[in-house]
Write a protein of this length. Structure first.
Length: 95
């Protein structure tokens, strides 16, 4: 069976960037009904939050970690994983 091509993109609607409290990730190219995962990772490589999306569209992040604490100001990466592929977006949190 030929390998299936997977095409998707993660973009951030970050306004302003740096952002203060939350951000929406715009996911495109993910099939309707398919689950995708977005991991927010800090500069030390630690996952601070895992978000789940369903198909293409907006996936909000409230700027909090897994237990609900507001994350520190700094640099973060958002990594979208879908069908064994990944896309990465850089974010800056300030204020």
């Amino acid at each position: 069976m030929p390998e299936q091509s997977v095409s998707f993109m993660l973009t951030g609607s970050v306004s302003p960037n740096p952002f203060a409290s939350g951000v929406d990730f715009e996911v495109s190219g993910v099939s309707t009904g398919d689950e995708s995962a977005i991991e927010v990772i800090d500069v030390s490589g630690r996952r601070v939050r895992r978000l789940r999306g369903n198909g293409s569209g907006l996936v909000p992040w409230d700027g909090r970690d897994e237990v609900g604490r507001v994350v520190a100001n700094g640099l973060y990466w958002a990594r979208l994983s879908y069908k064994g592929k990944a896309s990465v977006l850089k974010l800056v949190k300030a204020w």
